[in-house]
Design a protein around this ligand. Structure first.
Ligand SMILES: [Zn+2]
Length: 493
């Protein structure tokens, strides 16, 4: 109700603006220059169109061409080339010292190159319902007894060890992501931080002699690699088979571990067989893409505002997950804004950088690399707006570092004036372990706003994240909101 009223108001406002400027034109066509706002609006209406953005999302979700855009893969490189061509079509400028728009960096790529399966007690598990291939699994087939090892954490400094009292030598461990810590207190989070890393789970399992893992977590290429360690991601539907007859399923057991801060590991007596056909490439390349529109002010053009979004996703696990919302929705909106600003008759005072990031899913490798190798001095960057999964929802949620919340104003003002969707602002207290590129930027001291779509039915790291359920009207509103936020920040005093 509130939404539709607000949207009606917006349409009326825009219609009124058009009428006013049309009548001004009619009276004094020569004397009255097009106002700056009118020029931005013209370009917005010409270039930011929901259906067109939707088509971009659909294109980047192509399974044959891009194969899920795994960082370091051939599919990702084709996506990079496609976006690069768009940058060039819009006439974005390049930075000196880069490879055209590309900021290349070394990375590692583990890719599925053949058949994968998971069997429990001889029965094949169902892909996506029960399991996904391990993003950084070794190549190989293993069969062994499964031992439940809680969170897979050994934290001597915290007096906690999921491996105490169990023998996992030559076995497959079944573990859950994260740690038993439930506190959101910064200091406590910092203490548990090293054990939250997926890499710790693999290293620790290998150290205890395990040969493989069933990891109850969403699929992704962000994990440790060990040439002798084969693993798969599993859902509770499969994991619970190892808890049959125990009175508690896996999630209830995890809840018990969290509340008692006491491990509950046990040998399950059941066997699993995993086959993962993988290729490990330690010499792969990542590619961030940077293009910019030069600011119109002779002094302020040496300052920058940045619109960023990660382009990569999970690759084939072993079947296709499109990552339409995560994060083609954002790439598509970023391109729409780049097109509208590049074709606008007026340009903002500060320069605007469009940055697509590689390797977000592989452990934020692209944003971390950028922060270590910035193309403009960090203190000249006045604002970064980082986009995550914005094609679905009734509104938006934004995250800023808790001590720099005022920078959300560019976006909140734009929303109030033009978009009228609910925006939920949440400060991020804790940036020790970033989960988004935006938080990486915050950690490095950049004034950054993370923006997500909020509400609606979205799917995360699973095959239902397809272009079909993207909403063109949401994409259009998101791109318009980003457009005005960037203009506001780039023109601010
Ligand atoms: Zn993701």
């Amino acid at each position: 109700m509130i939404l539709s009223k607000a949207r009606t108001a917006r349409v009326v406002l825009i219609a009124a603006l058009s009428l006013i400027s049309a009548s001004l034109y009619a009276q004094r066509p020569q004397q009255k220059p097009v106002s700056e706002e009118r020029a931005y609006l013209n370009s917005m209406f010409d270039n930011i169109k929901g259906q067109k953005i939707f088509e971009t999302v659909r294109h980047l979700s192509d399974s044959t061409l891009y194969q899920g855009r795994l960082s370091g893969s051939a599919g990702m490189l084709r996506a990079v080339e496609w976006v690069e061509n768009k940058y060039s079509e819009f006439g974005l400028e390049t930075f000196e010292g880069l490879n055209g728009y590309r900021q290349d960096y070394p990375t590692v790529c583990d890719e599925v190159v053949g058949k994968c399966y998971v069997k429990v007690d001889g029965k094949k598990a169902v892909w996506a319902r029960d399991w996904y291939s391990g993003g950084t699994s070794a190549n190989g087939t293993i069969e062994a007894e499964v031992v439940f090892a809680g969170y897979g954490v050994t934290a001597p400094d915290l007096g906690y060890d999921d491996y105490e009292g169990i023998d996992v030598k030559g076995k497959i461990v079944l573990i859950e992501g994260e740690t038993p810590n439930t506190s959101r207190n910064d200091d406590t989070l910092r203490m548990w931080y090293p054990y939250t890393l997926h890499q710790h789970k693999v290293e620790n399992a290998v150290k205890h002699g395990a040969i493989g893992m069933l990891y109850r977590w969403v699929p992704g290429p962000n994990n440790g690699y060990d040439p002798s360690f084969v693993y798969a991601y599993v859902n509770y539907s499969l994991a619970d088979k190892f808890f049959e007859g125990r009175g508690k399923n896996m999630s209830e057991t995890m809840r018990q571990i969290r509340s008692e801060k006491k491990p509950a590991s046990f040998a399950t007596g059941k066997k699993a067989k995993l086959k993962m056909t993988m290729r490990h490439n330690p010499n792969a390349q990542g590619h961030n893409l940077l293009g910019f529109i030069k600011g119109s002010d002779p002094v302020l053009c040496n300052e920058y505002v940045v619109l960023s979004a990660h382009l990569d996703h999970l690759g084939m696990v072993p079947h296709h997950i499109a990552g339409a919302n995560d994060n083609n929705s954002s790439t598509a909106c970023l391109l729409a804004v780049a097109e509208a600003l590049s074709k606008s008759k007026v340009k903002p005072k500060r320069s605007v950088i469009f940055l697509t990031l590689d390797g977000e899913e592989a452990g934020l490798t692209g944003s971390i690399y950028y922060c270590g190798h910035p193309v403009v001095p960090a203190e000249k960057v006045k604002y970064i707006l980082n986009l995550e999964q914005i094609g679905i929802g009734d509104g938006f949620s934004t995250g800023t570092k808790y001590d720099s919340r005022e920078i959300a104003k560019y976006l909140l003002d734009a929303n109030e004036k033009y978009i009228h969707r609910p925006v939920f602002d949440s400060p991020k207290k804790y940036v020790t372990r970033p989960r988004t590129d935006g938080v990486v930027f915050m950690k490095y001291g950049y004034p950054t706003v993370d923006i997500f779509g909020f509400g609606g039915e979205s799917y995360y790291h699973e095959p239902r994240d397809t272009w079909e359920i993207q909403d063109p009207s949401v994409l259009e509103d998101a791109a318009q909101l980003l457009y005005w936020s960037i203009i506001n920040a780039a023109n601010a005093d």
